[in-house]
Design a protein around this ligand. Structure first.
Ligand code: ZN
Length: 195
């Protein structure tokens, strides 16, 4: 392997790490904002609190509201990754967001179960998911929310890719309460998802 190959490989692994850290930070910040307390983030996962909504029947309006909030938290990973690294959401849905989107689809189908029979169509389910995506995109366009994602990523970089417990919550809160404008990434155009 040449020096150039090694350098390329190293750059690729740094790029990958950056994608994953923004992705997991996106989940963590969205979970906190929606009052599902995130417990820890590392380079593999953000522990998904609130997962019980995946198994619960969504009989009440409140249960369906919480399921929708959880769907936004699932989508948040690829929205943060897309925004930070300028990647198309269309591609991320099938790659790093594949498991997240399996959960989103489960939540959409469980929500649709309580609709009238003729409304349980794939078109309605896809529109539901598109609405949750729009909510997530809007959330991450808030400068304090994006600042919070950046704070979490900075802490992950400082801490070898692991952040948990009160350190995680403090990093999220620090970003949310910051009066400073967000860094250059906030102005980066978000790639609009393709259908
Ligand atoms: Zn994810």
């Amino acid at each position: 392997m040449t020096k150039d190959d090694l350098l390329k490989e190293f750059e690729e692994s740094v790029r990958w790490q950056r994608r994953i850290r923004y992705h997991e930070a996106g989940h963590g910040v969205a979970l906190y904002i929606h009052k599902f307390r995130p417990k820890m983030i590392d380079d593999d996962a953000c522990e998904l609190t609130g997962a019980r909504w995946l198994n619960r029947d969504l009989r009440t309006c409140r249960a369906r509201e919480r399921a929708a909030d959880l769907a936004v938290c699932c989508i948040a990973g690829i929205v943060a990754e897309s925004k930070a690294c300028c990647l198309s959401m269309h591609d991320l849905r099938r790659s790093t967001g594949r498991l997240d989107y399996e959960r989103v689809e489960t939540l959409a189908r469980k929500t649709a179960f309580w609709l009238k029979g003729w409304e349980k169509s794939d078109a309605v389910i896809q529109a539901q998911i598109a609405l949750w995506e729009a909510r997530t995109l809007t959330l991450f366009d808030q400068s304090t929310v994006w600042r919070s994602v950046e704070c979490v990523v900075a802490e992950l970089d400082n801490d070898d890719g692991f952040l948990g417990g009160s350190n995680l919550i403090q990093a999220i809160k620090r970003g949310l309460s910051s009066a400073e404008p967000s860094s250059e990434f906030f102005d980066m155009p978000l790639v609009v998802p393709l259908s």
